[in-house]
Design a protein around this ligand. Sequence first.
Ligand SMILES: Cc1ncc(C[n+]2csc(CCOP(=O)(O)OP(=O)(O)O)c2C)c(N)n1
Length: 335
Amino acid sequence: MSYARPNDKPDAATLIAMHRQMLLIRRCEERLERDVKAGNTPGQVHLSTGQEAVPVGLSAHLDDGDKITSTHRGHGHFLAKGGDPQAMFAEIYGMAEGVCGGMGGSMHVADVSKGILGANGIVGAGLAIATGAAFAIKLDGSDRLAACYFGDGAANQGVLMECLNIASLWCLPLLFVCENNGYSEFSPSNTVTSGLIADRARPFGVPVRNVDGNDVAAVWQAALWATDHVRAGRGPVFLEARTYRHSGHFSAEPLVLDAPYRPAGELTEWLQKDPLLISARAIEAAGHASAADLARMDAEVTQAVTEAAEAGLQGTAPAGDAAGRLMFVDREGNA
Ligand SMILES: Cc1ncc(C[n+]2csc(CCOP(=O)(O)OP(=O)(O)O)c2C)c(N)n1
């Protein structure tokens, strides 16, 4: 029995909503890049500009009851899952009004009420957390699922094998989502990764699909197959989305057009395949909206992002004892 519905395509409203969501992520991260330069953030950020289609195409099939785990490059995962932009900005600025009280910053944005179990600075750690979340869902007997985002670099961590094994054995409702952007920090994948990443799932009997991670409609379609499969109780699936980060690995890196570890012209080539361009072309070609409509949408989103960031900057510094209070609880669980 196949759970694939290859002819199902996102309708006009979904395409437009996904375009808006990708714009939101892009404009938030562009703002963050400027914030780092302006000294508004206590630390650095890892941007996912260019990779927006993956979390947006998947999140269209998720709601607050579904869980995600994220990576060090997690702003897009957070926003696509419905995380609040202002609370994210405040968090990254280190403010008490931040989504984690200003204690986590960019690499730990989390909002459990939205099923966002957190970004994570430890490469591959989200895999095990999502596997645990999927086990909890299974014990609860609900039709929820857990999805773990991880990079091509994380695909070389042993924890991936452990999670594939147990998720398959216990038929867990778990969606593995590899965002293959071709680089692990400053190392091209072909210098650190052997074989094909999706092939790592096959010996465990986990179904695999490769998808163009810059085409949000393609991701939406693959995610429809994946979420149908998982929700039907058929066990885990593995998506490998090929994409590319426009930015450097992190914001401390000089953002030259072609960084020394990238072949000349590679970024320019990928900019022609920008997920926003692909999505805009598809929407316009289908007559769902005009270029002028999309430009208006962009202006609205940009304005909302500016307001969210400025409001975040007006926050207050966390109280001196806040970290201690969040670290320790008494026997009754009170902070
Ligand atoms: C366990 C662990 N090892 C090494 C690092 C250092 N590190 C930070 S990001 C990164 C590369 C991750 O590459 P990938 O998983 O492909 O994600 P991307 O940065 O491309 O999004 C490494 C090795 C780390 N944070 N955690």
